[in-house]
Design a binder for this molecule. Sequence first.
Ligand code: FNR
Ligand code: LAC
Length: 343
Amino acid sequence: MTPEAWDYLQGGAEDEITLAENVAAFRRRRFVPRVLVDVASANTAATLLGTRVGLPIGVAPVAAQGLADPDGEVATARAAAESGALFCLSTVSSRSIEEVASAVPDAPRWFQLYVNEDRRFTRRLVERAEAGGFRAIVLTVDLPVLGYREREKRRGWELDVRLGNFEGEAGRAAREEGEEEGAVDLDRLLDMRSVAMTWDIVGALRGWTSLPLVVKGILSGDDARLAVERGIDAVWVSNHGGRQLDRSIASLDALGTVAAAVDGRAEVYVDGGLRRGSDALVARALGARAAFTGRPFVAALGAGGEAGVRRAFAILREELERAMALLGTPTLDHVRPEHLAPG
Ligand code: FNR
Ligand code: LAC
């Protein structure tokens, strides 16, 4: 891929403190293995909002995957489907909701929603996702404005790629006058300063769809409590992979507080910094039912297309199975807080 695409796909906000911290937070954790447990067969299956998946590691929504491979999200979704993992499609994807739905008609998939100033367009996105067999709406709440990605700016590049969901009549209002079909400026498109989006959006969403709702981008226990009070089905702990507010707490460091605040009333997931299969066990021990990751999959997509993403999944699965055997946890339900050293 081009250096510009690499900077966008792998970079973070400002000094990339949080980007580094996310990875460091996983690396700091230490296992306390148990021995003489029958681990003859490791079972990596998990159930997420009622959907059975083969792996507790899903593909986080990552925008504009056409920058990494011409097939973009279609290739990533196919590889996830073949690997038994959950795929989450971004609103600002290169390939549309419908293209992904027809590529993987039977695979578990969720749709990530960015609320646009044009509420009718936003509602249509939700309806298209539901019609396309996506099984949950993931509302991203940590992007009132786009973070400042200095790595990209230094190279002097503005992202302007084809965005599949903004094509045709459906996306007209969301595009700027005279803008090319599908191609929109992300910064402008996602600038929500003028939009009064508050917790009331959850009520609106409930009116638009009967799908389960996930709120992505929670780092504080107080916000987790508000989400649960609004009847959210799952809380996704995330700092957007360190791409929004730099110096935000590492998502793994926020997980314990959020899980305690949720207190079993909703499912909890985490993303940011997962790089090894064993990291999924760390996330599980700290209270996350599943973990997601973004950058490793788009790097794999750039390196080897669909086969590259399949390979990334195979590596993660192998690492996870081996770590489960060595930790003495034959299933994910066996993983307890005591499998981690305190602190
Ligand atoms: C993202 N992320 C993201 N999140 C979201 O809700 N909608 C989106 O469109 C995007 N787009 C996006 C693009 C790129 C290039 C990256 C790297 C990330 C955030 C993503 O879902 C996730 O929170 C992070 O990627 C997790 O961090 P790691 O696993 O990449 O370290
Ligand atoms: C990003 C947006 C699009 O992180 O989510 O680049």
